[in-house]
Design a protein around this ligand. Structure first.
Ligand SMILES: NC(=O)c1ccc[n+]([C@@H]2O[C@H](COP(=O)([O-])OP(=O)(O)OC[C@H]3O[C@@H](n4cnc5c(N)ncnc54)[C@H](OP(=O)(O)O)[C@@H]3O)[C@@H](O)[C@H]2O)c1
Length: 305
């Protein structure tokens, strides 16, 4: 298959490119050459800003386009102006939902505001208007190698370093995620389906709590978890920049409670969580986030309260 990936050199797109190359597809990447420009010499690279001149795409034929890097509806529209052939996949997010109820499905109400999620809703609408039978994937937290956002990987590395770990909030809060490699594999399968539709591939299949997640990361380390009340941390200015993934700080309370059945029934398979964790233990050290000194200080204060 001749496949165009719009993006493809950072994280989510990078795994899609790797899966496509491994499947023997003829892959073209469109990007500006700023992020990972020397990656994938075996693929063709079109160096262009998607907000600028896209005429390089005009007289080409692709069987499938996977758009990983659109955040504004105009970006999807401009692509539709120049792509005359093939199937289109839009990578979206579960942030599109407006205060979804626990167990929400893909037909839950969407945001109408000018937030990240609201703009992705607008992108989805252009996708549905301009492309025939598109695939729209609303992603939960994506985890795995190359993750430049240093969220899940930060926790794996912090817990692997051992000692007393400040665990925020309540261990029973649900969390959902997908390994980027499982997502990439399934995305490619779905691009070949006629009329695929909209999915949120929010793993795992069974409920996972934040406590179970951190406990899984703790296996084989000498780390101990000390759960600290959310009010205590919030009052001290501790947020997602310090302690990523903390579910209570997600904007929509039930965002981590999507029903993944539609994606799973459509063939999504998810590797065991421990595999993802083990693969990330050897990642380079992850800078940023809550420093060890600040963590120790907060834990001391928590005990003395
Ligand atoms: N990570 C998560 O947990 C998560 C959760 C939900 C949804 N998502 C969605 O997943 C996607 C994120 O994927 P990613 O960033 O990891 O994808 P990626 O495709 O691996 O990286 C982004 C790509 O876009 C290119 N790019 C950025 N601006 C561009 C422009 N103006 N013109 C042309 N190319 C441009 C970058 O290359 P250059 O810099 O070289 O141009 C890079 O190749 C987004 O759609 C996001 O909404 C992610």
């Amino acid at each position: 298959m001749r496949m165009l990936i719009v993006g493809g050199t950072q994280f989510v797109g990078r795994h899609i490119v790797e899966a496509a190359l491994a499947n023997g597809h003829d892959v073209t990447l469109l990007h500006r050459g700023k992020t990972g420009g020397d990656l994938y010499p075996e693929a063709r690279h079109i160096i262009a800003d998607r907000n600028g001149d896209l005429s390089a795409l005009e007289h080409e034929r692709w069987d499938a386009t996977i758009d990983v890097s659109a955040y504004q509806p105009e970006q999807v529209g401009r692509l539709a102006d120049v792509l005359s052939t093939g199937h289109y996949t839009f990578i979206s997010t579960v942030s599109v939902y407006a205060d979804p109820p626990p167990g929400y499905t893909e037909d839950a109400r969407l945001r109408e505001d000018d937030s990240y999620g609201g703009r992705k809703v607008a992108c989805e609408r252009v996708t549905q208007t301009r492309f025939k039978d598109p695939l729209i994937l609303r992603l939960p937290y994506v985890v795995g190698p190359y993750d430049h956002l240093v969220r899940f990987t930060w926790w794996v590395k912090r817990i692997a370093a051992g000692g007393e770990i400040l665990a925020p909030g309540h261990p029973d809060e649900p969390i959902q995620l997908i390994d980027a490699r499982d997502l990439a594999k399934w995305t490619l399968t779905m691009t070949e389906m006629p009329n695929p539709g909209i999915f949120h591939p929010s793993g795992p299949a069974e409920r996972l709590s934040f406590g179970e997640l951190l406990t899984a990361m703790q296996q084989g380390t000498d780390a101990t978890l000390t759960w600290v009340d959310p009010e205590f941390l919030i009052a001290r200015g501790v947020g997602h920049e310090d302690l990523p993934l903390w579910p209570a700080l997600d904007e929509e309370a039930a965002v981590n409670q999507a029903d993944p059945a539609k994606a799973i029934n459509a063939g999504l398979t998810l590797r065991p969580l421990r595999e993802t964790i083990e693969d990330l233990r050897n990642e380079p050290p992850q800078p940023g986030r809550l420093g060890r000194e600040r963590e120790a200080e907060l834990l001391r204060e928590w005990r003395q309260r």
